[in-house]
Design a protein around this ligand. Structure first.
Ligand SMILES: [Zn+2]
Length: 398
């Protein structure tokens, strides 16, 4: 039922084209806090050389952009099959690379460089195909979606949710190309990061009994979080699809005070909530907020009106879960000839926004392995890139 994907070159030409595109992509230092516009301009040029128009969706400062480009028939504004990837990469600071992270090396069956696994390898495969597709001959549109700042909490994709909601009825579904070893993944936990600042007044330690102590308040919040963790562990909600089958709050950083003879005037805490699908991160955060305001701050204020607790959300990656029997999951799995049961992964992706918030069916499937992502000498096996190129062309076209 599926026609051959109409590309204008042989598969070996497509493969070498993909590698040269990957070399260019890795060469753009798109660490999340930097601009991605050079990369976006390059992609726009590549697509327009094959008569594919792209639309940019900017951040407020116009330093970063999401890109949306559709090849093939566009009657009724259809998006068809969507291939989605983030353009940003994590920092290389403090990592011991054996060569320049932003110069692609191809050796021993691996492509090495920052972002090769996460997830410029996937984007290079998409671009190699789209830059060679005879898009007049495509029977179903193919849309490329590139986003910014995924690594700091899906910032770019979140901005695009209202736009993506308009695609829900006009698309078949979306492949999010995060590294899964090309296995079809249908779920992951949600995650939110928070920074909480506790404020008091600096005083001589002799006056400590009369003063609020921000470090003590922070540790009380940590103990409360731990009591919630024990409740999640024993009472759930449980989701057996994950090896750790319940939600958890990780206290990741605590920092405050100066020395023993001074009552501290501040303490900073950073924590991460990881929740199974169906267990709302917002709800867990609300419980922490309520305890901080009603129990801790109320107590602190009795001793000093300067006392304060502020809670700042640093990132929000919603959980993702699509039914194993959903038509799009079935379509991708049968196109890829996958017989093993679909998988669940421990890391977050944009699929939770694309499916959960925008209503566009999604799976996560891309070349490379998460164990290689974010590491020094990050790499993707060349075999995985080859597999990705052929799998993307196997998605049904009619
Ligand atoms: Zn990623």
């Amino acid at each position: 039922m599926s026609a051959r994907f109409p590309v204008r070159c042989s598969s070996s030409e497509l493969y070498s084209r993909m590698l040269s595109i990957l070399e260019r992509l890795v060469g753009f230092d798109t660490t999340s806090h930097k601009s991605n516009l050079e990369l976006i301009n390059y992609v726009q040029g590549l697509l327009s050389s094959n008569n594919i128009d792209s639309t940019l969706h900017w951040n407020d400062e116009r330093t970063k952009a999401n890109l949306v480009a559709t090849a093939g028939p566009r009657s009724g504004g259809q998006r068809g099959i969507i291939w989605s990837g983030h353009t940003d990469v994590v920092p290389v600071d403090g990592q011991k690379w054996t060569a320049d992270p932003f110069t692609l090396r191809v050796t021993d069956g691996q492509a090495i460089g920052r972002g090769t696994a996460d997830m410029k390898g996937f984007i290079a495969c998409c671009l190699a195909i789209l830059s060679q597709v005879d898009h007049e001959a495509l029977t179903v549109p193919v849309t490329l979606l590139l986003t910014y700042e995924e690594e700091v909490g899906c910032v770019g994709a979140r901005r695009l949710v209202p736009e993506m909601q308009t695609w829900a009825d006009d698309s078949i579904g979306c492949v999010v190309g995060e590294p899964t070893g090309m296995k079809v993944v249908i779920g992951h936990k949600g995650k939110q990061n928070y920074r909480i600042r506790f404020k008091g007044e600096p005083k001589h330690a002799a006056l400590a009994p009369e003063m609020p102590n921000p470090i003590v308040s922070a540790s009380e919040l940590a103990a409360f979080a731990q009591s919630l963790n024990e409740q999640f562990q024993s009472e759930g909600p449980h989701d057996q699809r994950f090896s750790i089958d319940h939600s958890w709050i990780n206290i990741g950083r605590i920092d405050g005070g100066v020395k023993p003879n001074i009552v501290p005037d501040n303490c900073l805490m950073e924590l991460e909530i990881r929740a199974v699908p169906g267990h709302d991160c917002d709800g867990i955060a609300d419980e922490l907020r309520r305890f901080a305001a009603e129990s801790l701050l109320a107590k602190m204020k009795k001793k000093s009106q300067l006392a304060d607790i502020s809670v700042e959300q640093l990132s929000d990656t919603p959980s993702f879960a699509i039914d194993e029997s959903h038509a799009f999951v079935d379509l991708v799995r049968s196109a890829f000839g996958e017989e093993e049961p679909p998988e669940y992964v421990p890391f977050g992706t944009e699929a939770g926004l694309i499916w959960g918030k925008a209503g566009v069916p999604a799976v996560v499937c891309g070349p490379g392995f998460i164990s290689q992502a974010h590491t020094a000498d990050e790499s993707v096996p060349l075999e995985q890139l080859k597999l990705c190129l052929s799998r993307l062309q196997q998605l049904p076209l009619a």
